[in-house]
Structure formats: structure tokens, C-alpha cells
Design a protein around this ligand. Structure first.
Ligand code: DMJ
Length: 670
């Protein structure tokens, strides 16, 4: 190649000849004047011919041009960037994609559809507590299908508009209610009721009934139906129309002589879909239930079981017979409120229209006078007669302002003359105080979450529980609710207290602090252990928790006087709420264990179930020969609801259960 080059090229210069040429270049070099090699050579030659100064000037110019090029490149990017910012500054863009502008614009691509990025940005409604996972797992409706009920005999939906006292006090402001960490979003609460009373709207469950697909019952629900039928068999055969079955002696006992078990069980039969049994019981109510009797009844017990049972059955069935009976008993109970203080007496003679306190005292029980409100308030709403509501609201108003509370915790007695608490200094969530706390929350829910005093009292009381009554047991560290007597803590807990986890969970579901749900979860575990740690797997009436580790000792200790079981509902009730709100199947499993143990130790072969005297002796639990009405009214009802996956089977956003498990409607705006 060098030879060919030298033949065609000008005389070589050493430094130049050293350039390596490919054959093609050589050809080109020989053949074409405008070849790259030639141009390169001539440029280089010219460069070499320049003076040092000239070269410096040229180099400077090159450098200057390079700087200009960089600057102009940057300014070419600017219109791109400003376009992006313009789009973000556009208020319409902001409206379409709120919050988008706050994102780092540097990383934004060209403007794009606003909602493409929205999923990444949480909506700003932080006051709503996170919803529990939906529990509905099967086809909806059960109640409806299972009701297999008669058509309502009378459509109760005609509106009668009458003013009601409590509604006059309504405050329509929609401010956020807040109490020491409890925040209730106004949107969550229902509209304040109008000041007109309505005949009941057809309950939603009844309305939608015919359109809903039947939900097949599962095996556990079938087992509850079987248990109910077995209990009913005994009642029907040996105690029909009487208060309680005595299943061993195949007879009955009377308390008020008003068919207590039959009335308490009416809505359970409805919910379980026991149409024939329901029809038969209805006939008894129509033909044989007479309140015009010279008999003393306990105001609280007859309100929660009879008035409550009749009202809920009326709502579920739409049958006006039950409303008529409810009005009758409601009116007959009113003399109880004629006291110097307006705090009602414990007993009423429903035939004579007279009332009196127990023989030995003029005191009433606090839980009793504060756990009749749901029923009387609903009776006012249904009848348009405000006297029922006025009477029970007056009690709450007085109790709200009374002294003698301890951080929201109330004593157990109240005097009907003075209207003051008595026997001060003893605080429990068990007998004589329990449902006071339950009804604070439930009245607030019933009335559409607008009666702030009720909520305040409830929240304060739960703080009081946390401050004074909670302790941990040994060895399992179970959180339990003890009692306080004149400053001394006692590790005693009634089974009755096991309503509390369910109530706390209901409050949390209605927007109260999530902290309540945590406590509910801890307490329901404790209530379950009150069954699981006992020989029969059934809880005694009262337990004492161990505060100190002792070798061979469980958390739960039982005193001989406390080892009976009355077939009470509270733990199963709370299991139902916990399952509804969490969907955690363990609660169903615990309830299933309890049902099996009731079957094992309390079932009487000839019909019925019985209370037992000794939960610690599986070989002889010592049957007591009595089936309490709440076993059918509450325990089996809550079992059935616990095993259901249908949240519309007594939807807890539409109904509130009274303390005897009778569902009453939550008041909705007119
Ligand atoms: C029922 O009558 C009610 O649940 C009441 O609130 C407490 N006692 C019994 C059930 O244990």
C-alpha cells in the first residue's frame, strides 16, 4: 500500500507517511481528490501552517462554541418542562387529580390522565376507622328464607305523626363528636330523628325478604335448631304457657305467671325459621296471654323479656298482635315511675297498677333502672305516646348528673326517694351494674348517635374500667375485669361481665376508638378461658383470677358457692359480635365447643336443658332442674347468629339488641 501511495502522492514527510492506509483508502487516495484521507491530510497541513497564536484563537473559539452548545441544549429542555408545570398549575388538572401537584414534578412524565396516579394517594378522610374485613361469605339472607313465616297480618307501615319528647331536644349540628380519643365522624351517624314519631317502617329485613335467595343452613346452625327443638319439646310438654320448664321433674315454675319462656323465645323461633312452633306460640299469645292479673312483676325483668320480646317479634313479623300486647304491658308497668324521685321502684303489680320497692329497702338496682330505656323509647316511637320515653329519659338524665361515680363507674344501688346513689364505693361490671354500661352505648346507637351525654358517660366509664378494674391473671396473663370495694381491688369476675367484649366491639364498629376493639379481643379470650379451664368446659357463675403464679394453679379459681351454671348467654353473645366484626373463625369454634358442652352436661333426655350446680364435676354436674327463659331467648339465638355468615341476619347497622337479645330497630331519619 505504501508503494502505491508513494507513486501517486506528493513527496512524503516522515511524520505523515506513518499513517496506515487500507488498500481501499489507497485506491481512493489515488483515484479521488475529495477522499476523506485527502481532506484530513490537507486540514492537518493547514493547521500545521498556522501560527501558535492563530491556533490558540481557533481553539478558544471551539471552546466557546462548545459552551454555547451546552447552554442551548438546556434551553431546548425548558419548554418541555414548563409544559409539564403548566398542566400542573391548571386548576382543572388539580381538580381532577387532587394531590397530584404535591408529587415530585421532576419525576412526572408528560401530562397524563389524572386518575392514572390516584390510586397511590390515600383519600383524606382519616377519621373513619378502618372497616373490618367483610364477613359475608355465603349468599345473603337467612333469616328471611328461614323464617318460612306467615305473611304479616297487618301492614304496620302507616305513619302516625306525633311529637316525642326526646326528639325535641335534637341538635342538628353535624360536628365531629370527640371524647378523649374517641372520634365519631358525623357521616357515620344517622340523621337525627325528626320530631315526629312514626309507626314502624317495615323493617328492612322484612321488606327485602321475598327478593332474597335462601341461604342454606350449615351443620352448626342445624345443631342449634336441633337443640332449640329439644328444649321446646320439654317446654311444650311440661310447662306450656308457664314461666320456666323444670325438665327433670317434668313440671314448671312460675315467676310472674306470664309465659316468660314462650315470650322470650318468640323471635328466636322466627330467626331460626321454626314456623310451626312460632304459629303455635302466637296462638297462645293471642288467646291466653293476659296481663290483667294481680301479680307483682319485676320492672326490669318484665321489660327486657316481655316488652322487649313482644316489640322485636312485632318488628320481625309485622304482626300487630305483638304491638298490642306490648302496649298493654308497657302501660301496666308505668306506675313503677311514680316515686318521689322519678327513679322507678323495682316491682309493679300489673293488675292493680301499684308499685313498690323490695320489702327491706327503698333502693332500686342501678342496672335495673337504667336498662329499660331501649324498650320504652321504642314503645313511644311506635305508639306516638311520649310518656314512656319521658319516664326513662328522666332516669338517664338524673343518673348522668349524680355524684358518687368513680371515673364513670357507678355504684350498684339508687334510692327511689332521694334519687341518690347508695352503698357508695363498690364498683363492678357484673351483677347490678352490668347493663347500665351496655345501655349507654346502645341507646346512643338506637337514637342515631346524637345523644352526646350517653356517649360521654359510656366513654368515661370504659376509661374508668381501664383505670380501676383491669388486671392480668397468672400464669396466662389473661386480662380480666375485677371489682373495686372501697379502694380494694378484688380479682372476682362474674360471668355476667362477659357481655363487655361484645359491647366494646359494637362501640368500635360504630366509630369509637379502635382501642376498645383491642380490649374486646383480650376480654373475649378471658371469657373463653372461663369455660376452657373448667372440667366440664362450662363456665361457673363467678370466677376468681390468680394474681400470683402458684405451681399447679390455673388462671381461674372457683369457689364452691360459685360453681353453678345457669345456661347464661353473655360469652356466646360476645362471640357473636366478635365474629361479625372480625370474621375470625376461632370465635365460631369456641362457640361450637360451648354448645357441645351444653349438650353433654345440661341436656335432659326427656326434653329441655337444665342449669347445673357443679361445673367442676363432669361425672355429676348436679342438675338444678330449671331451664331459664334466656336460654331460648338469648343463648341459642346468639349461637345461631354466631354460626351464620350472613351479616343481614339481624344486620347490626339496622338493629340493636336489647339486653335480653331482642333486636330493636335503630331509628332512621324520617
Ligand atoms: C338476662 O336476663 C339478661 O341478659 C340480663 O342482662 C342479664 N341476665 C340474664 C342473662 O344472664
Amino acid at each position: 500500500g505504501a508503494a502505491m501511495y508513494s507513486a501517486a502522492a506528493p513527496p512524503p514527510r516522515r511524520d505523515f507517511i506513518s499513517v496506515t492506509l487500507s488498500p481501499e483508502e489507497a485506491v481512493g487516495a489515488g483515484g479521488y481528490n475529495n477522499s476523506k484521507a485527502w481532506r484530513r491530510r490537507s486540514c492537518w497541513r493547514k493547521w500545521k501552517q498556522l501560527s501558535r497564536l492563530q491556533r490558540s484563537v481557533i481553539l478558544f473559539l471551539f471552546a466557546f462554541l462548545a459552551v454555547c452548545a451546552v447552554i442551548s441544549y438546556t434551553s431546548i429542555g425548558d419548554p418541555w418542562k414548563s409544559l409539564t408545570n403548566k398542566a400542573l398549575d391548571d386548576p382543572r388538572a388539580e381538580a381532577e387529580a387532587p394531590g397530584l401537584k404535591l408529587a415530585n414534578p421532576a419525576v412526572l412524565p408528560a401530562p397524563q390522565k389524572a386518575d392514572a396516579n390516584l390510586g397511590d394517594y390515600p383519600k383524606l378522610s382519616p377519621q373513619k376507622p378502618p372497616k373490618p374485613p367483610p364477613v359475608r361469605r355465603g349468599p345473603s339472607n337467612l333469616q328471611i328464607r328461614s323464617l318460612r313465616r306467615p305473611k304479616p297480618r297487618q301492614n304496620p307501615s302507616r305513619a302516625v305523626e306525633v311529637p316525642v319528647q326526646a326528639n325535641k331536644e335534637e341538635k342538628t349540628e353535624k360536628s365531629v363528636i370527640s371524647w378523649r380519643g374517641a372520634v365519631i365522624e358525623p357521616d357515620q351517624s344517622t340523621e337525627p330523628p325528626s320530631n315526629k314519631v312514626k309507626e314502624p317502617e317495615k323493617p328492612s329485613s322484612v321488606e327485602s325478604e321475598d327478593q332474597k335467595e335462601p341461604v342454606p343452613l350449615n351443620d352448626r346452625q342445624m345443631a342449634v335448631i336441633e337443640a332449640f327443638r329439644h328444649a321446646w319439646k320439654g317446654y311444650k310438654e311440661f310447662a306450656w304457657g308457664h314461666d320456666e320448664l323444670k325438665p327433670l321433674s317434668k313440671s314448671y315454675s312460675e315467676w310472674f305467671g306470664l309465659g316468660l319462656t314462650l315470650i322470650d323465645a318468640l323471635d328466636t323461633m322466627w330467626i331460626l325459621g321454626l314456623k310451626e312452633e312460632f304459629e303455635e306460640a302466637r296462638k297462645w299469645v293471642e288467646n291466653d296471654l293476659v296481663f290483667d292479673k294481680n301479680v307483682d312483676v319485676n320492672l326490669f325483668e318484665s321489660t327486657i323479656r316481655i316488652l322487649g320480646g313482644l316489640l322485636s317479634t312485632y318488628h320481625l313479623s309485622g304482626d300487630s298482635l305483638f304491638l298490642e300486647k306490648a302496649k298493654d304491658i308497657g302501660n301496666r308497668l308505668m306506675p313503677a315511675f311514680k316515686t318521689p324521685s322519678k327513679i322507678p321502684y323495682s316491682d309493679v303489680n300489673i293488675g292493680r297498677g301499684t308499685a313498690h320497692p323490695p320489702r327491706w329497702t327503698s333502693d332500686s338496682t342501678v342496672a335495673e333502672v337504667t336498662s329499660i330505656q331501649l324498650e320504652f323509647r321504642e314503645l313511644s316511637r311506635l305508639t306516638g305516646d311520649e310518656k314512656f320515653q319521658k319516664a326513662v329519659d328522666e332516669v338517664m338524665k338524673q343518673v348522668h348528673t349524680l355524684s358518687g361515680k368513680n371515673d364513670g363507674l357507678v355504684p350498684m344501688f339508687i334510692n327511689t326517694n332521694s334519687g341518690q346513689f347508695t352503698h357508695l364505693g363498690v364498683y363492678t361490671l357484673g351483677a347490678r351494674a352490668d347493663s347500665y354500661y351496655e345501655y349507654l352505648l346502645k341507646q346512643w346507637i338506637q337514637g342515631g348517635k346524637k345523644e352526646n351525654e350517653l356517649l360521654e358517660d359510656y366513654m368515661r366509664a370504659i376509661e374508668g374500667v381501664k383505670k380501676h378494674l383491669l388486671q392480668r391473671s397468672q400464669p396466662k396473663q389473661l386480662i380480666f375485669v375485677g371489682e373495686l370495694a372501697h379502694g380494694h381491688f378484688s380479682a372476682k369476675m362474674d360471668h355476667l361481665v362477659c357481655f363487655l367484649p361484645g359491647t366494646l366491639a359494637l362501640g368500635a364498629h360504630n366509630g369509637l376508638t379502635a382501642d376498645h376493639m383491642k380490649l374486646a379481643e383480650a376480654l373475649i379470650e378471658t371469657c373463653y378461658q372461663m369455660y376452657a379451664q373448667v372440667e366440664t368446659g362450662l363456665s361457673p357463675e363467678i370466677v376468681h383470677f390468680n394474681l400470683h403464679t402458684q405451681k399447679g394453679h390455673k388462671d381461674v379459681e372457683i369457689k364452691p358457692a360459685d360453681r353453678h351454671n345457669l345456661l347464661r348467654p353473655e360469652t356466646v353473645e360476645s362471640l357473636f359480635y366478635m365474629y361479625r366484626f372480625t370474621g375470625d373463625k376461632k370465635y365460631q369454634d369456641w362457640g361450637w365447643e360451648i354448645l357441645q358442652n351444653f349438650n353433654k352436661y345440661t341436656r335432659v333426655p326427656t326434653g329441655g336443658y337444665t342449669s347445673i350446680n357443679n361445673v367442676q364435676n363432669p361425672r355429676n354436674p348436679e342438675p338444678r332442674d330449671k331451664m331459664e327463659s334466656f336460654f331460648l331467648g338469648e343463648t341459642l339465638k346468639y349461637m345461631f347468629l354466631l354460626f351464620s355468615d350472613d351479616v343481614d341476619l339481624i344486620n347490626l347497622d339496622k338493629y340493636v339488641f336489647n339486653t335480653e337479645a331482642h333486636p330493636l330497630p335503630i331509628w332512621v331519619p324520617a
